[in-house]
Design a protein around this ligand. Structure first.
Ligand code: AP5
Length: 213
């Protein structure tokens, strides 16, 4: 299964991608996680990307497209993958199509959530600094405050989850990413999934949609 997850910042792409990948034993390819790791490692690419990420802007297509193209050649991608946060622009989608061909993607899931909901979610998100597991201060807490259940890493607030940057990220989504809904709808690949309510209920909706693919 080769899937793309679309949705506003905070729609729950990462949360649902982890559940899909666990069930299907396929990798989650999160461009946000790859970029944050590069920032942490202090690579040249990370240094360049940090400026954009801190401002809530998208990293230029040419940087991100090469990263994804290389990652998809890895052996663990042979049986499928979930692209989480890529593509984010029509240009990125075109490059992906060029790289994979017309039948390269099985389905695109657009997780649909009201803006007021994502603002609350992002404000309360905590992320593991080691394994990127996702928590929330009220809807998905860890067993021990501030510590990841999965690996024992420290839970942190992402730097781009401050109010001003959240608003900029939402603006970028509306301008640059929302056109992909039409793009994939025209290709017959789009499935709209309501992303509101309980995390497991949303996952149930995704499983139902994937049965038709
Ligand atoms: P990225 O890391 O991709 O961030 P994003 O798209 O803004 O998405 P988020 O990770 O913020 O949200 P999500 O939808 O995954 O929600 P989550 O599951 O965490 O990108 C960051 C930056 O990197 C970009 O701004 C850009 O600069 C750069 N970048 C990345 N990819 C790029 C690309 N392709 N091109 C160019 N630049 C790129 O959930 C959010 C919170 O809600 C969590 O706390 C979670 O616990 C909670 N939650 C989830 N579901 C529910 C639910 N049903 N009920 C209650 N709470 C819930």
């Amino acid at each position: 299964m080769r899937l793309i997850l679309l949705g506003m910042p905070g729609a729950g792409k990462g949360t649902q991608a982890k559940k899909i990948c666990r069930g299907q034993s396929i990798p989650q390819i999160s461009t946000g996680d790859i970029l944050r790791q590069a920032v942490k490692d202090g690579t040249d690419m990370g240094t360049k990307a940090k400026d954009y990420m801190d401002k809530g802007l998208l990293v230029p297509d040419e940087v991100i497209v090469d990263i994804v193209r290389e990652r998809l050649k890895d052996p663990d991608c042979q049986d499928g993958y979930v692209l989480d946060g890529f593509p984010r622009t029509v240009g990125q989608a075109g490059s992906l199509e060029d790289a994979l061909g017309n039948d390269g993607i099985d389905a695109v899931l657009s997780i649909e959530v009201a803006e007021s909901v994502v603002i609350e979610r992002l404000g309360g998100r905590r992320t593991c600094s080691e394994c990127s597991m996702i928590y929330h201060i009220s809807s998905k807490t860890s067993k021990v405050d501030g510590i990841c259940d999965q690996c024992g890493g420290a839970l942190i607030q992402r730097e781009d989850d401050c109010a001003e940057t959240i608003m900029k990220r939402l603006e970028m989504y509306r301008e640059q990413t929302e056109p992909l809904i039409r793009y994939y709808s025209e290709r017959g690949l789009l499935h709209k999934i309501s992303g509101e309510g309980d995390i497991d209920d949303i996952f149930g909706r995704i499983e139902l949609a994937l049965r038709e693919v």
